[in-house]
Design a protein around this ligand. Structure first.
Ligand code: SF4
Length: 391
């Protein structure tokens, strides 16, 4: 997507760095929301949009966080009006992440009116003790209620995020959560294994020996996920992502289910994107930049009229191709050789032939005449497999 010097970038991410409270496992950049600080952030974000708007024609927009749904109606209005003025509305896919505790009918209507057509709801679990353990601010009831509000408002593309291998979660509890979540009938499901990031309460508890990691149980939960999601009519298209096909419309690219998240597919296929807001990363025509993970500093820089960029890295072509290979392998379709060559100018079969053979020999991958992809077993270890491709 959009990698020539003259083509505008088609993918836009906006980071909203506020949360009501910090979840026990979370290492994303976020901070408590205070009224003045949020208003100042909104003005800075609009300024950053103005700076990059000429280089953007978004086909996908994604508001992530943090908790974007914490912004009030007035703050959303300011951002969305600015996007309208800058010709940044009208994306084919426009996603906003929501916490089930902060969904309202008013906000849902406002977002729809400005062209938001996909909501991603951070559910994580439907078990009250586990929600508490994770430090989530919502209850299971709020999930059902918010899902209903979003459907009534008219959203026909909803994602649910679930988490498995949570300390204290049994296979039975995971099965029950999956069954209830799938019964809601969302179009998309993302499900990640808990990870233990430095400087999080969950990591500290692990270090203190309060619980142990059970890899066999995590594998069994992943198997359960794939089986239940498939039985419920989802197609897996990435390690942690499942989507439905449309009941009537055909998907132009049959490798992907109709409701696959196009914004994330652009990341995995190595496309350019702008990331705005504190801590956000951009990747534009081979140059990666990262904004300061500090909202105060972010606002100060934008108030001076410049983007709040902390670091800039121009990747050598082979390194860039290696990263692209690694990301794309997370997808069930892997890499069609021709598509990889178009995206990177390198041939996967020349540069990485030994690595591909090694993975195939282990049963983690399959080499076909036109493409290379990880097997179901390989997808479970996609991160380790992808490491081989980084140059
Ligand atoms: S709501 Fe999301 S971003 Fe905020 S602390 Fe929890 S996991 Fe992190």
């Amino acid at each position: 997507m959009a990698d020539s010097v003259t083509t505008q970038v088609v993918s836009l991410y906006l980071h909203v760095p506020f949360c009501a409270q910090k979840c026990a496992y979370c290492a994303f950049y976020s901070e408590p929301s205070k009224g003045d600080q949020v208003n100042r952030y909104v003005a800075a974000l609009v300024r950053e949009l103005e700076i990059v708007a000429d280089d953007l024609k978004p086909k996908t927009v994604f508001f992530g966080g943090g908790t974007p749904s914490l912004l009030n109606l007035h703050q959303w209005e300011q951002i969305l009006r600015a996007m309208e003025r800058l010709n940044l509305l009208g994306a084919e896919e426009f996603t906003v992440e929501c916490n089930p505790a902060t969904v309202s009918a008013d906000k849902a209507k406002q977002l729809l009116d400005f062209g938001v057509n996909r909501i991603s709801m951070g559910v994580q679990s439907l078990d009250e003790p586990l929600l508490e353990r994770l430090g989530r601010i919502h209850t299971r009831e709020m999930v059902f209620k918010s899902f209903d509000i979003l459907r009534r408002a008219g959203f026909d593309n909803l994602n649910l995020d679930l988490m498995f291998a949570i300390p204290g979660q049994t296979l039975e509890v995971w099965r029950a959560t999956l069954t209830e979540a799938l019964a809601l009938g969302s179009e998309h499901l993302s499900s990640y294994e808990v990870i233990y990031e430095d400087d999080t309460p969950l990591f500290a508890q692990l270090q203190a020996g309060e619980f142990a990691v059970d890899e066999d149980l995590a594998c069994a939960m992943y198997e359960e996920l794939v089986e239940q999601a498939t039985a419920a009519g989802f197609r897996q298209y990435e390690v942690a992502n499942f989507a439905r096909d449309h009941s009537k419309l055909r998907t132009p690219n049959s490798e992907l289910p109709f409701f696959a998240c196009r914004h994330n597919v652009n990341y995995w296929r190595g496309g350019s994107f702008y990331g705005l807001g504190p801590s956000a990363t951009s990747y534009v025509r081979g140059v990666r930049t990262k904004n300061w993970s500090n909202t105060q500093l972010y606002c100060e820089q934008l108030e001076l009229g410049k983007r709040a960029i902390e670091s800039r890295e121009e990747l050598p072509p082979l390194k860039r191709a290696g990263e692209t290979a690694a990301f794309g392998l997370r997808m069930n379709a892997g890499w069609p050789f021709e598509e990889f060559r178009r995206a990177t100018s390198f041939d996967l079969r020349n540069e990485w032939s030994a690595d591909m053979n090694q993975l195939a020999g282990r049963g983690w991958a399959e080499i076909l005449p036109d493409s290379f992809h990880l097997t179901r077993q390989g997808l479970r270890f996609a991160d380790a497999a992808a490491e081989l491709f980084l140059r």
